[in-house]
Design a protein around this ligand. Structure first.
Ligand code: UD1
Length: 357
């Protein structure tokens, strides 16, 4: 009898825990699944809460790398992950998305000739200033199996000469979102004093938005002028940079909250009037929950949300934000560009059938 495929998932940052949840569930009983947490995110509400809320098995190893400059952080992960890969000798190292943890896991494995599978392969912003764009391009070109979430991603990979390694599996965030949406139906709103349909949910954490004081000040002023409460779920990076630049977040319509756990986030978005964000995942979650999204970036990897009319990009003129988020509701759509919630099973199928050696 064939022994089970051994898969080592490498995760480290909040969106990766969300993607890991459905993969870990689909892996159970089918493959031997190990989890390495780099420790890139370490606050309880940025890490542990996701494992607990989403029923993810505890990591087999946590490197506890923590924060640092890109070079220092990635190097510490690389050194730690090399040891983990040598000790565990997996058939696949499975890396997720586009963070520094993704790139470190990829580099550690390929140098040891251990096959790498990249979940969420083929996304492109074509904005080379973004560390995530560097991480995803480098990872896609080093990896052996490219697990693409959308037809758009498959197209990008084909144009880069990577079609033979590509498999369209759908989007695992859709799997987890659909499951969690059902589990929170009827739950009270996670923040007191807001009315269903009467508030916006906002997040801002990209370096291009937080690091330059003038731009951050303009974004905060734009959010403060929006009609009705704006729940600003403040990433630690936003809090520390606003403080450093002397920008008060708690002004006008803004109500500053700590980042929410995943079920609370889904519940808050589902009942909101709209989402204002620079997060990738949140743009898609808003679309799947059919909530209009306004994205504070010049471009998006999730172009389907824009093409279908549910997402508008705003990169300047933040004084017009209040008017932009008050635009008429988008046209209803039944489109499923992100799949129907069966992507994680397709990921495990691909890992089993593409086993190398
Ligand atoms: C990382 C990812 C980004 C992803 C985001 C999700 C990279 C290059 N970026 O960005 O793609 O969208 O995660 O949240 O990998 N901090 C804490 N506690 C934590 C984690 C971070 O206080 O648990 C603070 C630290 O001051 C740290 C800063 O946030 O320096 C940035 O954290 P880091 O992991 O470097 O990048 P993110 O901005 O979270």
């Amino acid at each position: 009898m064939l022994r089970r495929v051994r898969v080592l998932s490498v995760v480290g940052a909040r969106p990766q825990f969300v993607k890991l949840a459905p993969v870990a569930a689909a892996a159970a009983g089918r493959v031997e699944h190990l989890i390495a947490h780099t420790g890139q995110h370490y606050d309880a509400n940025m890490s542990d809460a996701f494992f607990a809320d989403l029923g993810i098995p505890a990591p087999d190893v946590n490197l506890g790398v923590g924060s640092g400059s890109h070079g220092a952080q990635t190097a510490a992960m690389l050194e730690g992950l090399e040891k983990v890969v040598l000790e565990t000798r997996p058939d696949w190292v499975l890396v997720y998305g586009d963070t520094n943890s993704t790139l470190a896991g990829t580099l550690a494995a390929v140098k040891l000739h251990v096959p790498v599978a990249h979940l969420e392969a083929g996304l492109r912003s074509f904005n080379r200033r973004m560390p995530e764009e560097q991480n995803r391009v480098l990872t896609d070109h080093a990896a052996d199996l490219l697990l693409a979430p959308t037809e758009t991603a498959v197209g990008h990979l084909g144009r880069e000469g990577l079609a033979e390694r590509t498999v369209l599996v759908g989007d695992v965030m859709t799997d987890v979102l659909l499951r969690v949406r059902e589990s929170v139906a009827g739950a009270p709103l996670p923040v007191p004093g807001i009315e269903p349909g009467g508030y916006h949910v906002a997040t801002v954490h990209r370096p291009d938005n937080t690091d330059e004081p003038g731009r951050l000040r303009a974004i905060v002023a734009g959010l403060a002028a929006v009609d009705g409460p704006v729940l600003l779920l403040a990433h630690p990076r936003l809090r520390s940079l606003a403080e450093r630049h002397g920008i008060a977040l708690d002004t006008g319509s803004i109500r500053v909250c700590d980042p929410l756990g995943y079920p609370e986030l889904v519940n808050a978005v589902a009942h909101s009037r709209g989402v204002i964000t620079d997060s990738g995942g949140l743009q898609k979650e808003a679309f799947l929950l059919r909530v209009p999204c306004t994205t504070l970036r010049p471009e998006t990897e999730w172009v389907e949300t824009v093409d279908l009319g549910w997402n508008v990009l705003v990169d300047e003129g933040f004084d017009r934000l209040a008017a932009i988020v008050a635009r008429p509701a988008p046209q209803a759509t039944e489109a499923t560009p992100y799949g129907t919630g069966a992507a994680a099973a397709a990921v495990i199928d691909a890992l089993e059938s593409a086993r190398v050696g």
